[in-house]
Design a protein around this ligand. Structure first.
Ligand code: RET
Length: 132
């Protein structure tokens, strides 16, 4: 599949608020987070990925190996601990985050853009990023 690596800037963000509400994120953080245009910086060495979500308000960095369960602490988001597992499903890099909430995400390339679908409980957020 096409590489996810590179620097990406947000072009659209549908139902991010619904996703954040489902995570139990407070109103103050949600109001600020909704106004942000995030960037993703994705780096890969072999099967090891580092995904940085960067914004003027807060950053979130996740490092993982595909097919290897890891402990995730969603610091600065909802501050929960999950057991996370990232796998390839066709052309999609899919993560299941096992913990208090039913949640996960998928990254893939479509129309030369980075697509990110985040879900928590019954809420789905869809974000699209273009290459910088
Ligand atoms: C921000 C700002 C503060 C509030 C929230 C945020 C959400 C970040 C998310 C990051 C997802 C990262 C993924 C990485 C994959 O490797 C922007 C930090 C809630 C949802 C899926």
């Amino acid at each position: 599949p096409v590489s996810l690596c590179g620097t990406w800037e947000m072009v659209s963000n549908v139902n991010f608020d619904g996703y954040m509400i489902a995570l139990g994120i407070g109103l103050y953080t949600r109001k600020i987070a909704l106004k942000l245009k995030h960037r993703k910086v994705i780096e890969q060495v072999g099967d090891q990925y580092v995904v940085k979500t960067l914004s003027t308000f807060r950053n979130y960095t996740l490092a993982f190996r595909v097919n290897e369960e890891f402990q995730e602490f969603t610091k600065g988001l909802d501050d929960r601990h999950c057991k996370s597992l990232v796998t390839w499903e066709g052309n999609k890099l899919v993560c299941v985050q096992i913990g208090e909430k039913k949640r996960g995400w998928a990254h893939w390339i479509e129309d030369d853009k980075l697509q990110l679908e985040l879900h928590c409980e019954d809420q789905v957020c869809r974000q699209v990023f273009k290459r910088v």
